[in-house]
Design a protein around this ligand. Structure first.
Ligand code: ATP
Length: 389
């Protein structure tokens, strides 16, 4: 039985490939305890004591703290799952554009340092698409540090057309904090250490605020006239109880203004680029995928680009926990239908909250459970050792 680990920039999900639900959901950030051990357990981190928080993954979803990653995997496999590393096949999910150097580092940690017998790195969006039974899809993943758009055609990632932006969950945490900071600054209980405070706020009240209050306008907020705002009920008030201390009231329109930056970063701050909005990068990725197909095949260029556009636009898969914000899927589809008026659009987002949150891990599980070993890209410790010598 293999163990599957998904290291997101925000959350790490892990468990056995034969079990439906993961046994471990922990933080991808950690703190150092007095005895030099690293703490990854969510509840323990929330409890404190307050101390600086470090991250394992960089904003592109590639580890930059390999030592901590090794310790985290050891803790997951041995302590949490009670398995022996030397006896357990390991599958991990990785970014579509993982640099070669990071690939070698992953192999080194898994096969040489932790001594797992066989190891597989699966490309996260490809695994997500295949686990949903699609071998052609446009995977739009809105996570914490990043939103990633990856076209997949006939079971292969079109890496030249994969696009990423930093306008996702962490960006929203900042927007929420900025909007509410004047109302909560009198709260003496807020942590003081800057990295711990940011981490703690985003895992407690900001997380709740995002889940209950945030919503996304169906089209550009500033272009909506007052009659439409009225019809959509966006003047009605939503209330949020901050830490059982204080009620914060906002109109639905104000709630939409917090999330508008995901679609129009320049609306949040003029320093952000105009064309890095979510729908912009989705459209760009579709066009690039079409263009890359025309480079590959010389003869019937136009038709093949159009076929790619059609195939991707009828199979838009929306995933990542930040995609749970109400109205996100609809907004992406609405914006794309302006950009691609001649195409039929069809999107899928898992309606079950937990399934959507665990989608990447489930993708890894699907790849771990392929009916035959040769279908997966397994690398054995022995092969790795003999290649290294
Ligand atoms: P990445 O995809 O960047 O590697 P990840 O896989 O760790 O990160 P996800 O678990 O997909 O990230 O998303 C985490 C983000 O989703 C966090 O910013 C979190 O606050 C946000 N989030 C979680 N639940 C909800 C919700 N119900 N509504 C809105 N945002 C949510």
């Amino acid at each position: 039985m293999a163990i599957v680990i998904h290291n997101g920039t925000h959350t790490t999900v892990a468990g056995f490939s034969q079990v439906d639900m993961p046994q471990v959901v922990c933080s991808s950030s950690y703190m150092k305890r007095a005895d030099e051990s690293l703490e990854f357990e969510l509840d323990a981190l929330l409890e404190g004591p307050e101390s600086p928080i470090f991250t394992i993954m960089n904003p592109e979803g590639v580890p930059y703290d390999w030592e901590a990653l090794e310790k985290q995997w050891r803790w997951i496999v041995e302590t949490k799952l009670g398995s022996k590393l030397e006896e357990t096949p390991l599958v991990i999910t990785v970014a579509p554009d993982l640099p070669q150097e990071a690939k070698s580092q992953y192999l080194d940690v898994a096969l040489r340092r932790l001594k797992v017998p066989v190891f597989q790195m699966v490309v996260e969006p490809l695994a997500v698409a295949l686990s949903l039974g699609r071998n052609t899809a446009l995977v739009v993943d809105i996570g914490a540090a990043k939103a990633t758009v990856t076209p997949i055609i006939d079971g292969s990632v079109v890496s030249s057309a994969a696009i990423r932006s930093r306008f996702a969950g962490d960006f929203l945490d900042f927007q929420v904090y900025e909007m509410l900071k004047h109302q909560i600054e009198s709260d003496e209980s807020l942590p003081k250490d800057p990295s711990y405070a940011a981490w703690h706020n985003s895992r407690t009240w900001i997380q709740e605020f995002k889940a209950y209050m945030l919503q996304i306008s169906p089209s550009k907020l500033q272009e909506m006239d007052s009659a439409t705002v009225d019809i959509l009920g966006m003047n009605s008030i939503k209330k949020f109880l901050y830490k059982k201390q204080k009620t914060i009231s906002l109109t639905q329109k104000q709630c939409c203004s917090i999330t508008e930056g995901i679609f129009q970063p320049s609306a949040a701050s003029p320093q952000f680029s105009k064309d890095e909005g979510l729908s912009d990068i989705v459209a760009k990725s579709v066009k690039k995928a079409g263009a890359s197909s025309t480079q590959a095949s010389s003869a019937s260029n136009v038709a093949s680009a159009e076929q790619i556009h059609t195939a991707l636009l009828t199979s838009i898969v929306i995933t990542g926990s930040s995609s749970l914000i109400a109205g996100l899927e609809q907004r992406v589809v609405n914006d794309l239908s302006y950009q691609f008026p001649q195409y039929k659009l069809s999107s899928f987002a898992n309606p079950l909250v937990l399934d959507r949150k665990l989608q990447s891990w489930h993708g890894g599980v699907t790849m771990a459970n392929l009916p035959s070993w040769d279908l997966g890209d397994w690398i054995s410790r022995k092969d790795h050792e003999s290649n290294a010598t």
